[in-house]
Write a protein that binds this ligand. Structure first.
Ligand code: PLP
Length: 368
């Protein structure tokens, strides 16, 4: 079989039957003509189906090894979509340190009585098993976790979930199928914020849900149309364009992240370093704690203080006041997300420039 790198580059090329365009065109039309009374073509209405969006869905499903994918307007729309598979009051088991937005949605749905949620530390298989002792519809996995980059043994946790009769969904946003394929490890569903590595250029907000089998894919597609969470054609076009370079970008992201992690591990101003050895997200604390955060950030040249991750440009975030501000302080503390934690999304710039910039910032902190 052709390699994933090649399939990502070539997804949907020369599929235009009218002009043989090499790059597939964008179909922006909101509606489609019926060939005749009572006859519906492949497409009828843009919320239900769109050729550009379908090309992207096919490419993502292929890279994840799924039967099909649904492309959504945002990553949170993808999470919302998967939650439709949980019946009223059904139980969801999720990581205690998942992405703040996912945590907020699960907690809000639970408060309204739509679901029952148990947040557990999924590094502890006994805790997962205990949580699954109560009949569970959905086991949510996020690995590596955001922002502490904790790794969950997806195969082991998925085995427990399936044995308990739960659907297993894994948020693969942080690694992408270039580095991790949860379906091959036993998950039923993969979720992405395509805003991150899949698009890779910080110019689209989008999401995707990949299903292991056709029945599940059809159910998800039905809900996406019903709820109206489908992704836009132009966003799909851009994301497919971004996806073509996924593997080459990821290679550079990871090489740069390893250089950055090596610097952080040896610099005396750094406290803890969270880098699982895979991917390009690195978080760390400063020995001088929260008081040193501003000194570190002021003067950084190649890292922009901003939310999000996975773009070609390097970013720095302060999770407690940014990405995870929607978690209350107690929940953050329980998840281990301190006010002194900084998170880096390592881009594809020259590693030497990133390392020099961070070294200068850390030296400034140490000199204070
Ligand atoms: N899942 C993870 C792991 C994320 O980091 C994010 C966003 O940061 C989301 C889901 C939500 O995606 P979006 O911001 O595209 O709605």
């Amino acid at each position: 079989m052709t390699r994933a790198t090649t399939r990502a580059v070539r997804a949907g090329l020369v599929s235009d039957r009218h002009h043989n365009a090499v790059v597939p065109p964008i179909h922006l039309s909101a509606t489609y003509a019926f060939p005749a009374f009572g006859q519906k073509g492949a497409y009828d209405y843009g919320r239900s189906g769109n050729p550009t969006r379908d090309l992207l869905a096919g490419a993502i499903a292929d890279l994840e090894g799924g039967a099909g994918a649904v492309v959504t307007a945002t990553g949170m729309a993808a999470v919302t979509l998967v939650l439709q598979l949980v019946p009223s009051g059904g139980r969801v088991v999720a990581p205690h340190d998942c992405y703040g937005g996912t945590h907020r949605l699960l907690a809000a749905f639970a408060r309204r009585g739509l679901i029952d949620v148990a947040f557990v530390d999924q590094r502890d298989l006994t805790a997962v098993e205990r949580a699954l002792a109560v009949p569970t519809r959905l086991l949510w996995i996020e690995s590596p976790s955001n922002p502490l980059l904790r790794l969950t043994d997806i195969a082991a946790v998925a085995r427990l979930g399936r044995a308990a009769g739960a659907l297993v969904a894994a948020d693969n946003t942080f690694l992408s199928p270039a580095l991790q394929r949860p379906l091959a490890l036993g998950a039923d569903i993969v979720v992405h914020s395509t805003t991150k590595y899949l698009n890779g250029h910080s110019d689209v907000v989008g999401g995707a849900v990949v299903a292991r089998d056709t029945t599940l894919h059809q159910e998800l597609a039905w809900w996406a149309n019903c709820l109206g969470v489908s992704g836009a054609p132009f966003d799909s076009f851009l994301t497919l364009r971004g996806l073509r370079t996924l593997h080459v970008r990821i290679r550079q992201h990871v090489e740069n992240a390893q250089a950055v992690a090596a610097l952080l591990l040896e610099h005396p101003a750094v406290g803890q370093v969270h880098y699982p050895g895979i991917g390009a997200m690195v978080s760390f604390t400063l020995k001088r704690g929260v008081r040193a955060v501003a000194a570190f950030l002021d003067g950084l040249e190649h890292f922009t203080l901003a939310e999000s991750l996975g773009g070609v440009e390097s970013l720095v975030a302060h999770p407690a006041t940014m990405t995870h501000a929607s978690m209350d302080a107690e929940t953050r503390a329980h998840a281990g997300i301190g006010d002194d934690l900084l998170r880096l999304s390592i881009g594809i710039e020259a590693a030497e420039d990133l390392v020099a910039d961070l070294r200068a910032a850390l030296d400034r902190v140490a000199a204070r």
